[in-house]
Design a protein around this ligand. Structure first.
Ligand code: GLN
Ligand code: ZN
Length: 756
């Protein structure tokens, strides 16, 4: 049985691409040197797949920042304001991704959004009426030829026209229908160009097909592909879907003149039913996504083989594939020296998944599996129980009552009590939690980890930092302070380390956006809090000032969503366990005099099912209660904040209100404040701080710009409910730019107070 990989991690086993790009941004490396690093990575990644014996290897899955942005550039979809900068091709690309502030101008970055239900973020292409759509990129050709020169025949991938046009933002009057023909022409040119260069297959990724599609969507998709496929000129086309099933378009899709169709049998709950009900054409290859591209647990061979056998029995020609790109898992277990073999044997990262594909493909051909070593070893993993249960956790779960999910008194009443108790000015100013993680901060943490300094030294350093940041905030004139989060590497890993039930990795980096990677912990077993986690830092910070210092926690939904979850118990059960653990911390903070507690739910939307019909029953109905369980035990005067980033949450706004926090801060600046309309329309009750500037880019917002943003906000949010804050934590920023940005923010709040 042949094997296929949809896409491969591109940042490098040791995050080489990240470090090179960052040098480039700082002017310490030129474009050629950066490209040399990239080229070496591409070659190594393709080589690793080739050596593992994978048959369908993808090229052009590389990107300097994001593949959707590459695809937009391929079609010439570059907004005027970036073209006007007159930068090189590479720098125009980075200007769209990261914003540009320099000699040639001052332009914000394009919006960034979560890629379906993952923690990867894509750059939202913007389509203006005057965009001249044309084939504008040689990247796909170049990367195909590069792989070929390295001796590997690949299937080049581009994101398909339907997904591209579904994810674009249309800033003028034109719609996707208006530009379809121009876009089709680009795809035809790409097909032609690849054909001329000898490519045999092309992969078009169309994950948007797994969303709810209406008649117009279907018609539009078919219009695109009927035209594209008409001129495929002998090249074979694989239409690849992932992150779910294609229930709305299965019959039409399988009737198209495609050569391969990639279906997700891991997350696609109905994929098998669809195949059973409608069959699968004999003249096409089914790329069966059975090796999970998102989680790190070993594949259960017996189960996978059962599915493969069932497909074969139907006479379907199957290529065994990953369920999605391996971009979403870390590179290799090879460097995980601190995890013992007892744990490691349960996991497979990208490299190990190649091995699984290979083993499964030969097992699929091989009937007496019982005698096969790989099979026996795999069965043993799943048949012998893991050491992961905690009876105390089970007892606590069983005792939860409905009233534990309800905070009293009601929000309206609390609001008055809190206004009196906290006595904050109108339009209170605050930040989201972290302050710049300068090199000395990181060094302090890593020296402590390595045992080079004592715990006392480690803490003394952080306390100095806290002292400094408290003074800094007081001098800047902020109203609600934070301690700066110097002790945290990552908002999830930090908590995971203090909770039992989590496992940590050393090098399991996964790309989150651009050059940013995260290292998700693994939920291994039942979760509980061993001892107070943040109390000492928060209490110390609060002792230095009369202004309120926010306690800073990560919420259960985010901890779960940014970890690799268990596959042996439900997400709901895991989330509730984590909620109980964080609830303990909330109550301890309150008991120690912390008056405002922020519980970050940055990733609330992440596991929201991609189909509306599943939103509540399969997610919000337990995620929202999990958050409520965390804070329902506090007193009326304790103010609960939450924070969310990069969420498009206009459509789940009522669920967010229903989390029953007192204040929410969120990302808004990069999506042009679109969410404000929804707040007004739905009469949002929670006090709100839509970010007044974008912290994901190094540019400094001017006072005028912030005042203008606040003016827009005041039209939609009542004055007594509006907070003033950046749109996320400041840890990735430098100190100087942060200083100026926050001064401007406070200045803008003062101007608004005078107006109001
Ligand atoms: N409190 C966190 C911080 O400021 C929130 C980060 C986030 O939302 N991603 O860093
Ligand atoms: Zn955030």
């Amino acid at each position: 049985m042949l094997t296929s990989v949809i896409g491969y991690p591109r940042i490098g086993a040791l995050r080489e691409l990240k470090f090179a790009s960052e040098k480039y941004f700082k002017g310490e490396m030129d474009a050629d040197a950066l490209e040399a690093v990239a080229k070496e990575l591409r070659a190594a990644h393709i080589r690793s797949q080739k050596d593992a014996g994978i048959d369908f290897i993808t090229s052009n899955d590389f990107s300097y920042y994001d593949c959707l942005l590459d695809t937009a550039v391929m079609c010439g979809i570059v907004p005027q304001r970036y073209r006007d900068l007159g930068l090189s091709e590479t720098d125009t690309f980075f200007a769209m991704a990261r914003g540009y502030q320099g000699k040639k101008g001052d332009v914000k970055a394009l919006a960034m959004k979560k890629w379906f239900n993952t923690n990867y973020h894509y750059i939202v292409p913007e389509l203006e009426d005057n965009t001249n759509i044309r084939c504008n990129s040689q990247k796909v050709f170049k990367e195909y030829e590069e792989a070929k020169a390295n001796g590997v025949e690949t299937k080049p991938v581009v994101i398909g026209a339907y997904t591209l046009l579904s994810l674009c933002r249309y800033t003028g009057n034109k719609t996707r229908e208006d530009i379809a023909d121009d876009v089709i022409a680009v795809y035809l040119e790409v097909i032609k160009g690849l054909k001329e260069r000898g490519a045999k297959w092309i992969q078009f990724d169309e994950p948007s097909l797994i969303r709810d599609l209406d008649a117009k969507d279907k018609e539009f998709f078919l219009r695109l592909y009927q035209q594209i496929l008409k001129e495929k000129n002998g090249i074979k086309i694989l239409l690849q879907t992932y992150f779910g099933d294609v229930r709305d378009i299965y019959e039409e899709l399988t009737a198209l003149d495609l050569d391969g169709i990639g279906l997700d049998l891991v997350e696609g709950k109905q994929t098998m039913d669809l195949i059973n009900r409608y069959g699968f054409p004999k003249d096409k290859l089914l790329f069966a996504g059975l090796v999970n591209g998102k989680n790190i647990w070993r594949n259960h061979y017996a189960k996978t083989l059962e599915t493969l056998d069932a497909l074969k029995e139907k006479g379907i020609s199957v290529v065994l594939s990953t369920s999605c790109s391996l971009l979403h898992v870390p590179y290799t277990l090879d460097g995980e020296d601190k995890l013992s073999e007892d744990y490691k044997k349960h996991f497979a990262y990208a490299v190990e998944k190649l091995g699984e594909l290979k083993e499964l493909s030969s097992l699929a051909e091989d009937s007496p599996r019982i005698k096969n070593d790989a099979f026996i070893k795999n069965e043993a993993l799943f048949n012998t129980g893991r050491d992961c249960a905690d009876e105390e956790v089970q007892r606590r779960l069983a005792k939860i009552k409905d009233s534990d999910y309800v905070r009293l008194p009601e929000r309206k009443e609390r609001e008055q009590i809190q206004k009196k108790a906290l006595n904050l000015p109108k339009f209170p100013t605050t930040t989201i939690g972290s302050f710049p993680q300068t090199l000395d901060v990181k060094k302090n943490r890593s020296s402590f980890r390595k045992g080079e300094i004592s715990e006392d030294q480690y803490k003394a350093f952080n306390k100095e930092k806290i002292k400094r940041v408290i003074k800094w905030q007081e001098q800047t004139g902020l109203d609600v302070l934070v301690h700066g989060e110097y002790e945290r590497n990552d908002m999830v890993e930090y908590f995971g380390e203090s909770l039992s039930g989590f496992l940590f990795t050393e090098k399991a980096w996964v790309q989150s956006y651009g050059t940013r990677c995260v290292k998700p912990p693994i939920i291994w077993g039942d979760v509980s809090r061993k001892k107070p986690i943040t109390v000492e830092w928060s209490v110390y910070a609060q002792s230095l000032t009369k202004l309120p210092v926010k306690g800073m926690l990560t919420g259960p939904v985010t901890i779960l969503n940014w970890s690799f979850p268990r596959e042996d118990i439900s997400i709901k059960e895991s989330m509730t366990q984590i909620a109980l653990a964080i609830r303990d911390e909330v109550l301890d903070l309150e008991a120690n005099g912390i008056r405002i507690i922020q519980i970050d739910e940055a990733a609330l939307r992440e596991k929201l099912p991609l189909r509306r019909s599943d939103w509540y029953s399969e997610y919000l109905d337990f995620a929202v209660p999990a958050f409520r369980l965390v804070h329902s035990g506090v007193k009326a005067e304790t103010q609960i904040h939450t924070h969310m980033c990069y969420s498009e949450f206009t459509d789940i706004i009522l669920a967010i209100d229903n989390m029953d926090a007192d204040v929410i801060t969120f990302e808004a600046s990069r999506s042009d404040l679109l969410i404000l309309d929804a707040l007004k329309k739905f009469n949002f009750e929670t006090e709100a701080g839509p970010g007044v500037y974008d912290i994901h880019s190094p540019r400094i917002p001017s006072v005028d710009e912030i005042v203008a943003a606040l003016h827009k906000m005041r039209q939609k949010i009542a004055d007594d409910k509006l907070w003033v804050n950046p749109d996320c934590g400041l840890k990735t920023r430098g100190e100087e730019e942060t200083r100026s940005s926050l001064q401007n923010l406070v200045q803008a709040a003062k101007i608004i107070r005078e107006e109001a």
